[in-house]
Design a protein. Structure first.
Length: 434
């Protein structure tokens, strides 16, 4: 086997591989002889068909099969011989294939880039330091109360967190438009679920009031015909409802599955859940900062094959999410451009973290895998059941090992980067994450 390596450009490679004629011809002959033993042809006894007859009938097809096998086998031998690391499958082109002559083919493919992680010591990362205060806990308890509040009609002016029942008619240049009209519409003030500016004039209104609401539709509004348009809504307030919060007592605690210990036990559980969510949020934030700065300092050429693979993954994920919402059956094929930027970023991140793991000979820390599983399981009613499920599923365990190893790479970067602790409030961190 002879191999010639060419580099058309960047990460592209072309191998021209020549395989001796006798290697190919002997493989063709052996396969024809095997066929002669198994083929049934009129006029010949089973297993006694002359090879010349088999050659005449099946020779071309057999040679094509052999050529395919020879290209596959010799390509893999060639990349081992030349110490080449392909990214994706090659495209084969058979250039010479005649009986008695050397077989020649070209394999075109991309290789992985040579990754050299740079700028670690220049990376600056802020590490938020957050303490959950009693005031934070009180705010969370109030949020839980609101989740179980009752709505009662009130005879006063509306304020934030009240709920209104309204009729409205919207017009643009004096003309009504599709989707701009509703009756007995329920609107909770302060949630920001309407067009920006719609709720503001309704604060202070009471039942029976007619309110003129002037708004401008956002430029990114989902309805093309309404983007950026000025509109006027004639709103009639039919009812104002206020929240009646439940009393925080032992019965309230039971709503959240706390059967013993009453309010204090509930508060302990809520604080524990807040801490778990906070820890998760802080890890995610620091990780995202590290990754963003790694990518910023390490531009590289990327194999299109890897980008295409990642696009397929992202497209499948989008399709699964759409299916869960009940629309998977009729979902059109989403264009690759929709995922290209994200795919490039994910490929870059994978190559960088992979190189950090390789260069520093990082190995999976089993204790980190255990901690990740326990953290995921703690959000469920029966954590041990979830832990056992993970440990009995090799695919899930491998996913957790990959996550743990990735986090170890992030920790290595943090150890070698410039980090600064910054005190933050719980609400500030969690609201930004939301």
């Amino acid at each position: 086997m002879q191999v010639t390596v060419e580099t058309p450009q960047g990460l592209e490679r072309r191998l021209t591989i020549t395989v001796p004629a006798d290697t190919v011809d002997s493989a063709v002959k052996a396969r024809l002889q095997q066929l002669a033993k198994t083929q049934r042809i009129n006029g010949f006894r089973p297993g006694k068909v002359p090879v010349s007859v088999i050659q005449k009938r099946y020779g071309q097809a057999v040679r094509q099969e052999v050529a395919g096998d020879v290209m596959q086998q010799n390509f893999y031998q060639a990349i081992v011989q030349e110490k080449i690391n392909p990214a994706g499958m090659p495209k084969f082109e058979l250039t010479k294939d005649a009986h008695g002559e050397d077989l020649e083919f070209v394999a075109a493919f991309e290789v992985y880039p040579e990754v050299e992680v740079q700028g670690i010591d220049e990376i600056e990362i802020e590490k938020p330091v957050v303490e959950i205060t009693d005031a934070d806990l009180d705010n969370m308890m109030e949020t839980l109360q609101k989740q179980h509040a009752e709505w009662k009609e009130v005879k006063r002016k509306a304020k934030k967190d009240d709920r209104l029942v309204i009729d409205f008619v919207g017009t643009i240049d004096g003309e009504e438009f599709d989707g701009g009209k509703a009756e007995d519409f329920t609107l909770e003030l302060g949630k920001g679920r309407m067009i920006p500016g719609f709720e503001d004039p309704l604060v202070g209104a009471k039942a029976g009031d007619d309110v003129k609401v002037e708004v401008t539709f956002p430029e990114d509004y989902h309805a093309e015909a309404l983007k950026g348009k000025d509109a006027v809504f004639a709103v009639t307030v039919k009812k104002v409802e206020g929240q009646k919060l439940p009393k925080v007592d032992d019965e309230f605690a039971k709503l959240f599955g706390v059967e013993e210990g009453g309010v204090e036990a509930l508060k302990a559980e809520v604080r524990k859940n807040m801490q778990r969510e906070l820890d998760h949020t802080l890890r995610a934030k620091v990780k995202e900062d590290v990754i963003a700065k790694l990518v910023e300092k390490n531009e590289m050429d990327l194999p299109q094959a890897l980008i295409d693979q990642e696009i397929d993954v992202l497209r499948d994920q989008a399709k699964q999410r759409f299916s869960q919402q009940g629309g998977g059956q009729n979902m059109p094929e989403l264009p690759a451009d929709l995922f290209k930027d994200n795919a490039k970023r994910r490929v870059t991140i994978g190559l960088l973290l992979g190189e950090i793991i390789k260069q520093n000979e990082l190995k999976v820390d089993d204790s980190k895998v255990e901690a990740l599983i326990e953290s995921s399981a703690s959000a469920y009613e029966d954590p041990q059941e979830v832990i056992d499920y993970y440990k009995n599923n090799q695919e899930l365990m491998q996913q957790m090992r990959n996550v743990a190893l990735e986090e170890q790479a992030i920790e290595w970067v943090l150890e070698n980067a410039k980090t600064t602790d910054v005190n933050k409030d719980f609400d500030e961190v969690m609201n930004k994450q939301a």
